[in-house]
Design a protein around this ligand. Structure first.
Ligand SMILES: [Zn+2]
Length: 447
């Protein structure tokens, strides 16, 4: 009798507290996954463990990290959702914190170097759209993989289907590693909207959309249609008419943030409509940071040089940017006798420039891949980062040194040759050969 009352009263109080907390978070956050965990307000670690993590965050490896990103990571590790902590995805954090991916990678790499986290590689299955297997090192990833969920053989494409994730190291954080329903919304975070529309019905949905590419699709719809969301745009409304032969829409591009979407079903049957965030090519999970992209992050290359590519497994990259710089010594103030000769002073000047370039590329989100003589090659995952770096090379040139700079974006092959990581292909060749046409130091030639 007493236990009945206790359980009844206590359970009611606990449920009331929980639902109030969920309500408060739902009102202040655009998505439950973007804020604190409503089910675990106290955090995922004990006070002692939190102190230990805070102490590790003061280690020298964090000194070069962006302070706001390091703080956000500390907050996430101590108060974050325990299920999410079991599988930390860098692009999800970058989007949530609205920070550049390379800054998030810098902080995650620093946390890995002091044992708070460890890195893993997940083999993504494009059929069942989930992580099919996990490996501790890229060397352990075979070329072919059999997915036990959908029972299909898949090719482990390093540029699309091998994802870098992080998990807590030993002893610091206890994540939730239980397997939950594969059909649950936690496994479909790239789907902000799904609904069933009855025949001839219309529905308007107010929704918050992040920047990116989306697709409207459905099981019984004849085609899927693209929607681009960009913070630079002003349009906040779009209408989709779902017809038997097509989907017509009023706007193919919208502003990010709060928007209004109207769906009208012109079929004679129910239609399941789904809005999915997709990658630029519309095929893969947009939050997947693949092995090929990771190779362009300076902090990752320095900390894990063996975790990039192996000789037997070259990576075919769909799009990457190269910035090629040639140093040009200004000899206008040099006497005529030493004009023709490249001396020790010139060499020292070039070494200073090389150091400056290395730091500049890393700061802009790329890495200095190599230098040959007076030529240096930088590689970037993001073209806008490459453009920014190319401009800064010129604007911040050292005294007495000019630069010829070219920039090219396109496909490339990444492979390990004699222990070094090299890029091959027409894109890099184009950027290097264009240096010959670049007669004007102080400008960037895009080819
Ligand atoms: Zn599968």
């Amino acid at each position: 009798m007493f236990s009945k009352v206790q359980i009844g009263r206590r359970a009611r109080r606990q449920f009331e507290t929980l639902y109030k907390r969920i309500d408060a978070i739902a009102v202040t956050s655009h998505s439950a996954s973007n804020g604190p965990d409503p089910y675990q307000p106290g955090g995922s670690v004990s006070t002692r463990q939190r102190r230990k993590i805070e102490c590790l965050f003061r280690e020298p490896s964090f000194e070069s990290c962006d302070a706001s990103v390091a703080n956000a990571l500390l907050e996430f590790l101590t108060y974050g959702n325990r299920q999410e902590l079991a599988r930390i995805r860098p692009l999800v954090l970058a989007r949530r914190w609205q920070k550049k991916v390379h800054l998030v990678i810098d902080a995650l790499v620093a946390a890995t170097s002091c044992g708070i986290l460890r890195l893993r590689w997940e083999i993504y299955c494009p059929v069942c759209k989930s992580a099919s297997a996990t490996r501790d090192s890229l060397c352990e990833v075979d070329e072919d993989h059999h997915c036990l969920v959908c029972r299909q053989d898949i090719r482990t494409d390093f540029s699309h289907a091998v994802e870098l994730t992080f998990a807590p190291g030993e002893g610091c954080i206890r994540p939730d590693r239980q397997a939950y329903c594969r059909g649950g919304p936690a496994h479909a975070r790239h789907v902000p909207l799904q609904m069933i529309l009855p025949p001839d019905a219309s529905r308007t949905i107010a929704i918050h959309l992040c920047e990116g590419n989306y697709q409207v699709r459905g099981v019984r719809l004849p085609i899927c249609i693209d929607l681009h969301v960009d913070p630079e745009l002003s349009s906040r409304r779009a209408s989709f008419e779902l017809k038997s032969e097509a989907i017509s829409l009023s706007e193919s591009s919208l502003s990010s943030g709060d928007v209004s979407l109207t769906f009208s079903n012109r079929h004679r049957h129910d239609v399941l409509v789904r809005l999915e965030r997709v990658s630029a090519d519309g095929r893969f999970d947009p939050d997947l940071l693949c092995a090929a992209q990771v190779a362009t992050f300076d902090s990752f290359r320095n900390q894990f040089p063996k975790e990039i590519a192996s000789l037997g497994h070259p990576i075919d990259i769909q799009s990457i940017s190269f910035v090629v710089c040639e140093f040009v010594i200004d000899r206008s103030n040099v006497d005529r006798v030493s004009v023709e000769r490249f001396g020790i002073e010139d060499y020292q000047r070039l070494q200073c420039e090389l150091q400056r370039l290395r730091a500049l590329f890393a700061k802009c989100g790329g890495t200095l891949m190599k230098s040959i003589g007076s030529e240096a090659v930088g590689v970037f995952m993001d073209e806008s980062c490459a453009k920014k770096a190319a401009q800064q090379v010129i604007q911040q040139a050292g005294a007495g040194v000019g630069h010829r700079v070219t920039l090219a974006t396109g496909p490339a092959i990444l492979a390990a040759v004699e222990g070094r990581h090299e890029y091959f292909g027409e894109t890099l060749a184009r950027a290097r050969s264009a240096l010959g046409y670049q007669k004007v130091p102080g400008t960037v030639l895009e080819v």
